[in-house]
Design a protein around this ligand. Sequence first.
Ligand SMILES: [Mn+2]
Length: 332
Amino acid sequence: MPVRFQLPARMGHTDEELAFIREMGIRYLNLNVMPPQANEEDLQREKERLARFDLEISDLACPPLQKNPAIILGRPDREEQLDQFCAFVRLAGRMGVKIVSVAWQPNGIFRTGRACRPCTRGGVSAYADMAEIAARPVSNDREYGEEEIWANFAYFLRRVLPVCEASGVRLALHPNDPPVKSLGGVHSLIYNTDCYERAFRLANNSPALGIKLCVGCWLEGGEAFGNLMEDIRSLCERDKILVVHFRNVSGRLPYFEETLSEDGYADMYAIMKQFVRCGYEGYMSVDHAFAGYPSMGGTLGAFAYPTGHMKGLWEAAMRECGQNPYSGGPSA
Ligand SMILES: [Mn+2]
């Protein structure tokens, strides 16, 4: 089984959009579902519709649950939110979807803004300047420290992991982005590989806790995050990587721009080869893309070129490693 390429998607794409995705040679979708549609009837209908375009849901995310402030900060209404999270996991299981996304980011991804920057070829892309981000006031009612953030994560695991195990669903935990110790006054859960190891230990090494390996985050942090090549090898060996975000940046913190794969500081071909050498067979997608143009398909149109480039790197890596990329028929 080769790497399985996917694209982020939402419910209700038009027929044209779904055809466009399929024409990129994509079979799998990371589907974002908002709460009103997070029910069996709507999802079943969507699943059948996607099947007509030869598309499948590989993993599900419910944005308000994926980065839920009540659960992450331990607010009084977290029990209700945890019940909803568990219900969403059970729903994924019933739909035959084996991965649900989670990110311990109560205030989302931090970026200074989206703009044309020196490394973006005129494209509008996200960039981060830590001097500006660190100077912001706290994002919530108060600061939240390391101990309580980990205690809240432990509580989440106690409530949710048994449901995942019973439902045949694995959690794909994304790092905090950018990967620094604290963002907006909230201590980050995952800002280096040691944090991931701590999370695995807390989960008693249950296979139900896996990783969304965001190459972008690893590169933003550089050595402070970990040794990417070594981490890919070690995490593949232990079957911890469920999804890969394939993304390059212009440099390491304290400042970076999100660039085309070929324009950032990392050698993305070498990184792709490492996934191939390690026998990675999970899902992989382009993470963020440039803003795109409304008359050129907007965000979806903007994903087309980097997705093709990523798949081209994979094909070259497969051939260089002596493997036939299309031995099982057309690329998945
Ligand atoms: Mn990512």
